[in-house]
Design a protein. Structure first.
Lengths: 597, 592
């Protein structure tokens, strides 16, 4: 049994299964003890008076009794497996569900601070370890404790002093287990970490194989891998040594006690037979041969539960560590959440106000955006330009509350986005991100991802809007083409355009393009921009761009410089008011003039 | 091609004999150790058999007439105690050594196989990579290797141990009573039938479980990586439903598996008790002596438990076979691009590049390049222009031998590149790719690609050249600033700059830029262009870009349409031609 806030609730929920399972287990343990006893009776009957015809009825009777007990054990065994493991696997599945729900509530800062591989391991390995302990651990614990108590009880009835003697290994094994538990879990962690490292390294090497091949770093990678693999080997051997030694130590303790029982017990019997009396601690030890034989038999039945108790301790230390990781994860603070009485945004017009908006990414020391104040009127098409690192993406990302911003810094239709219900806020935005993450589903499902009502026609329209319909129609399976991992089957430009179609289909009051036409050719970019102007008329659209050519035809352009708002005006006026914009235009014009000479 | 794919997925069945034959070389160096471990196992089996005998003798000793016991004194008792202790403790010591020997051997094998598999995967060609999800390659390196080595060390040894026990015990039982042994054999038939059925059912379930688990993992991995998109589109509930479907299916299979075990184990146990009862009844019927019947009864349990253990181990055998199959299938994938035996090593290229009647298709007869020929002189900058799918990127990947053309030849400095070592070719050619991949680590690692031979000065120079110093200087730890998985804490433009710095620091002689500046603003691009001009090491430069402003200074512009060169020349001459390029140019600059 293992307790933690994370799983305590399950003991209540699955109480029925635990109780029935444990009862069945105890019943089997108890019944099992009667089988040797009955078989012993047969032997006694045979030895005492072996006359085939006279012993036959007796033997048949005992046999039937044994068969009935065996049938009981059969049922009990099935029952405890079916109930205990039902509970343990259900708990595992439910933990995973809760973890997934948690994953959906955690925001970008969590995903940047933790590697996906690590989080994945919590979902799979750690839940499995917990499941194993709840299932097998309970079995071994109940078996261990019940059998130990039962046998010790019977022995006390025989002779309490010798029983105390035999209880020593039980205590020793528990103490030994507790002492070693910490050390074992440390070694276990080492092993796990080494394996994770190997896993992560291979994962990155294969994902980045293009770079490795392009720079001919294969040998260097192999050397690095060899180092990690060698470390893995050493740590594995290290862990194996500790766990083998642990088992060996337990068996050795048992052997020592057993031989003490033989030696000392034999001595007691010897004294008893010789007619001498021995008094230890006021207790008169008086043991005959039959008693000692019984003791030996009992002790033999103690061996399995003792070993089980030892193993439970090892399993428990692993399960505890896993449960701690799961618990820590489930308790991770959710940074993006609704304030009490959050306002639900509905049918917004699309007016956006930045009010002295300053933003710093978690974990950095400088402001990515500083004191931005501007107002975007509903229905405007706005361009955002600036050099690399000037804060263009940060500005548009902050609208979707991927990070928290200051109160009263950003308003949509006059409502502070920090006071708005997050889901309703995101419902008002359609977003084309820079890195076009597509799911490994069909193109159709990817475009229809937003879940708005759609049919083949609207999906095709969206694809046409994004100028990707032609490309898709050229694929053998058209819209049913299933994309590979992260959409690898598509070229960079195609991914961008599918991602544009996905956002367009959502048909939200505010549409955001975060540098999303960079990988498409000029002609296509032109078409997409004119589609935006035509179809999105009257609704707010924000377009982040690396080139001024992209934003030239838009209503107004935001120019960012080193995180500050340099200018916000119509493209024509900006040439006069914004040095950065002027420079960008000039450079482009210079190229044009040079070219057309 | 299809067979190749089958190999990649690892579904091609290999006969067991083949598996042993191919696995043997990996275990050959450990053979001595494994045999030593087996010898210790034999001692183990003997000692384990002796230990109950001591107890038996001790009990017999106590059962004697009290006067006899007193007459013999304490000596026999002390020797029983010491004998038991010595045998058991030495057995534990043997057990320790045996386990450690096997563990160490197994780990050495895992280490060697891992290195070989990793090296092999790295040597595969890029087209082969895109056929295989990264996750399954990682599983092969990390998990299958240990499954394979586990089998040939511990599983095989314990299978052998169990087999020996069964044979020995049955031999003893035959010696005790052939009639009872025959009766027992009848029960063994039941056990075997039950085990075969169980193994068949469980194997099917295990396969299903593995498939569902890998589907579950892949789904989870993708959901976590794409969580931002899911949240932005408010699709948490939809994703959760999908997740629950997989989670539920996985649970169902696992529980069915447990139920299968939950019935099999008790059945075997029931057969054990049944056979004991029958042995007693039958033993009495055929008038065997009490001693024989009792001895026989004592051996029955020792006969059943190794059989049951062997049935359990069968699962590990199956898993190991699958692992071996997949590993060997993977190792059988021969890279499509390999060096010829007499491939040349070349240190320096002047940079003249020539395509001579090159035909290329990724698949079958779908020609992406049709009879492409051109010459780029050394020191020139050449730009490729054309719509998506015209074949621009393909040309670049042929030059670095990511693929090999079906027809025609490619020359660099008049040497056919198929006769040049791939390594020396790629070392000389700096490639800036469309999709920037950053490794987790820090900025420095990503520029040097973990090569410690670059000095701080080299790194600083490279990042200044590409103008990345401006944003790096703002970061807390500058070059040591952490880069998260896939560089997701940097913007696309910043990633491109870092990738640029990475290319430049490796001092390429020929530079290949494939949409390398798509997310870089005009001003920064101009600065980079100036830096590139200053760099003396770069001979020839090949550019693919959608923006004509990026390419109009090129010495040679080649326009491609559907894999065919439609025109080529300088910017000026092409404008005068009023052809494909002229139209493109007009379109791009029409509103300025």
């Amino acid at each position: 049994m293992i307790f933690s806030k994370v799983i305590n609730r399950y003991y209540k929920r699955f109480a029925f299964f635990f109780i029935v399972g444990i009862l069945a287990l105890v019943a089997v343990d108890w019944l099992q003890l009667y089988i040797p006893e009955n078989l012993g009776n047969i032997v006694r009957v045979l030895v005492e008076n072996y006359d085939k015809d006279s012993v036959w009825p007796q033997i048949v009777e005992i046999s039937i009794r044994v068969l009935i007990i065996a049938g009981g054990c059969f049922l009990g065994r099935i029952i405890w497996r079916v109930t205990l493991f039902y509970a343990s696997t259900k708990i595992e599945a439910d933990l995973r569900s809760r973890m997934f729900e948690k994953a959906e509530r955690l925001s970008l800062d969590f995903y940047q601070a933790n590697k996906i591989g690590t989080v994945l391991a919590w979902f799979t390995n750690d839940t499995e370890t917990v499941e194993e302990f709840i299932g097998w651990g309970t079995l071994m614990l109940v078996d261990g404790i019940f059998l130990t108590i039962l046998v010790l009880f019977k022995m006390i009835l025989l002779d309490w002093f010798v029983t105390v003697l035999i209880a020593i290994p039980v205590v020793l094994i528990v103490i030994w287990g507790l002492l070693v538990e910490k050390y074992m879990s440390m070694k276990w962690d080492n092993r796990q970490n080494a394996f994770d490292k190997l896993y992560d390294f291979s994962q990155e090497s294969f994902a980045g194989i293009r770079v490795i091949k392009a720079f001919v770093k294969e040998t260097q990678q192999l050397h690095q891998f060899a180092k990690i693999a060698r470390h893995n080997k050493d740590v594995e051997v290290d862990f194996a040594r500790v766990s083998i030694l642990f088992d060996v130590a337990i068996e050795t303790i048992i052997a020592v006690v057993f031989s003490t029982l033989i030696g000392l017990g034999g001595y007691f019997v010897y004294l008893c037979i010789s007619g001498e009396t021995l008094i230890i601690l006021g207790h008169e030890v008086n043991m005959d041969a039959a008693e000692l034989i019984e003791f030996v038999a009992y002790f033999s039945t103690l061996i399995w539960p003792l070993i089980a108790l030892g193993q439970v301790i090892t399993m428990r230390s692993k399960a505890k560590a896993s449960l701690e990781r799961i618990g820590r994860y489930l308790n991770t603070e959710e940074t993006i959440k609704n304030v009490p009485n959050a306002k639900v945004l509905e049918n917004v017009k699309g007016g956006i106000v930045f009010n002295h908006f300053t933003f710093k990414y978690p974990g950095t020391t400088y402001d990515s955006l500083e004191d931005i104040s501007l107002e975007i009127k509903p229905g405007e098409t706005i361009g955002i330009v600036g050099r690399i690192g000037s804060g263009k993406s940060t500005l548009v990302n902050s609208l979707a509350r991927l990070y928290n911003v200051d109160n009263k810094a950003i308003f949509i239709d006059g409502i502070d986005i920090m006071k708005a219900d997050v889901t309703s806020l995101r419902k008002q935005l359609a977003y084309v991100p820079q890195d076009n993450f597509l799911f490994s589903e069909t193109i159709r499902d990817n475009i229809a991802f937003s879940g708005v009502d759609s049919n083949d026609e609207t999906i095709k329209d969206a694809a046409k809007f994004a100028c990707v319909d032609d490309d898709i129609e050229h694929f053998p399976r058209k819209y049913d083409t299933i994309l590979g991992e992260r959409g690898v089957t598509l070229s960079g430009g195609q991914k961008q355009r599918v991602s544009i179609a996905r956002a367009f289909l959502k048909d939200a009051p505010i549409l955001i393009f975060d540098d999303s036409v960079s990988a498409v050719d000029v002609k296509t970019e032109e078409t997409i921009l004119s589609n935006i102007k035509r179809v999105r008329r009257g609704r707010t659209t924000l377009v982040v761009a690396s080139r001024v050519s992209t934003v030239q035809g838009l209503d107004k352009v935001i120019v960012l410089n080193e995180g500050r708002l340099e200018a916000f005006d119509s493209p024509n006026k900006l040439y006069l008011t914004s040095p950065t914009f002027k420079k960008m235009v000039d450079l482009q014009r210079l190229e044009k003039e040079e070219g057309s000479l | 091609m299809n067979e190749e794919l089958e190999k990649l997925r690892g579904d091609k069945k290999l006969p067991a004999s083949m598996m042993f034959k191919r696995a043997f070389p990996y275990f050959k160096p450990e053979l001595g150790w494994i045999i030593l471990a087996l010898l210790i196992v034999l001692l183990n089996v003997i000692f384990a058999a002796v230990s109950p005998l001591i107890i038996q003798d001790f009990v017999d000793h106590l059962k004697q007439d009290p006067t006899v016991i007193v007459g013999k004194g304490m000596m026999p008792i002390i020797s029983f105690a010491i004998g038991y202790l010595v045998i058991n403790i030495s057995n534990q010591i043997f057990l320790y050594f045996e386990s450690m020997i096997l563990q160490k051997s197994a780990q050495r094998v895992v280490y060697r196989v891992r290195l070989e598999v990793f090296e092999h995967i790295e040597s595969m060609s890029l087209d082969q990579f895109s056929e295989m999800p990264v996750g399954s390659l990682v599983t092969r390196v990390a998990n299958y290797t240990s499954a394979m080595s586990d089998f040939f060390t511990s599983t095989l040894v314990s299978l052998l141990r169990n087999f020996l026990s069964v044979v020995t015990v049955y031999a003893i039982m035959l010696y005790l009573s052939w009639q009872l042994s025959l009766v027992l054999a009848g029960f063994v038939v039941f056990v075997i039938v039950a085990s075969v059925i169980f193994t068949k059912v469980s194997a099917k379930l295990f396969r299903k479980e593995r498939a569902q688990l890998s589907d579950f993992n892949a789904y989870l991995n993708e959901s976590l990586s794409g969580m931002k998109i899911t949240q932005l589109f408010n699709r948490e509930a939809h994703k959760r439903d999908d997740f629950e479907k997989r989670n539920g299916a996985l649970w169902k299979t696992r529980y069915t598996l447990i139920m299968t075990f939950g019935i099999y184990r008790p059945i075997i146990n029931l057969i054990l008790y049944l056979s004991i009862v029958v042995i007693f009844l039958y033993g009495v019927q055929v008038s065997l002596t009490a001693g024989t019947i009792v001895a026989f009864y004592l051996y029955v349990d020792r006969f059943y438990s190794p059989i049951q253990e062997m049935a359990d181990q069968f699962r590990r055998v199956q898993r190991a076979f699958t692992a071996c199959e997949r590993l060997f299938n993977l190792l059988d994938v021969k890279p499509t691009t390999t060096d010829l035996p007499d491939a040349k090593e070349i240190d320096h290229f002047d940079g003249k590049i020539e395509f001579k009647n090159v035909w290329f298709a990724y698949e079958g007869e779908n020609w992406v390049l049709k009879d492409v020929s051109f010459v780029i002189d050394k020191g020139q900058t050449c730009a490729f222009v054309g719509a998506t799918g015209a074949g621009k990127t393909t040309i670049l990947s042929l030059i670095v031998r990511n693929y090999t053309p079906q027809k025609g030849q490619i020359f660099i400095d008049d040497i056919d590149i198929s006769t040049i070592k791939v390594e020396s070719l790629r070392k000389a050619i700096g490639q800036m790719l469309q999709d920037v991949f950053l490794f987790s680590g820090n900025i420095r690692d990503n520029v040097t690609l973990f090569d410690e031979s670059f000095s701080e000065e080299d790194i600083n120079q490279a990042i200044t050249y590409v103008n990345a110093d401006k944003f790096i200087d703002k970061l807390d730890n500058k070059l040591d600033y952490a880069v998260v998985e896939r560089g997701e804490n940097f913007s696309q433009g910043q990633r491109q700059l870092l990738s640029f710095a990475r290319t430049i620091i490796h001092k390429p002689q020929i530079l290949v830029l494939d949409e390398a500046t798509a997310n870089i603003d005009t001003e920064t691009e101009v600065l980079i262009q100036d830096s590139l001009d200053k760099m003396k090491s770069i001979g020839t430069m090949l550019i693919v870009a959608h923006r004509l402003s990026t390419i109009q200074k090129a010495d040679l512009i080649i326009c491609l349409q559907n894999g065919v060169i439609v025109e080529g020349g300088t910017h000026q001459s092409l404008l005068k031609n009023k052809g494909y390029y002229y139209n493109l140019y007009k379109l791009q600059f029409k509103d300025q």
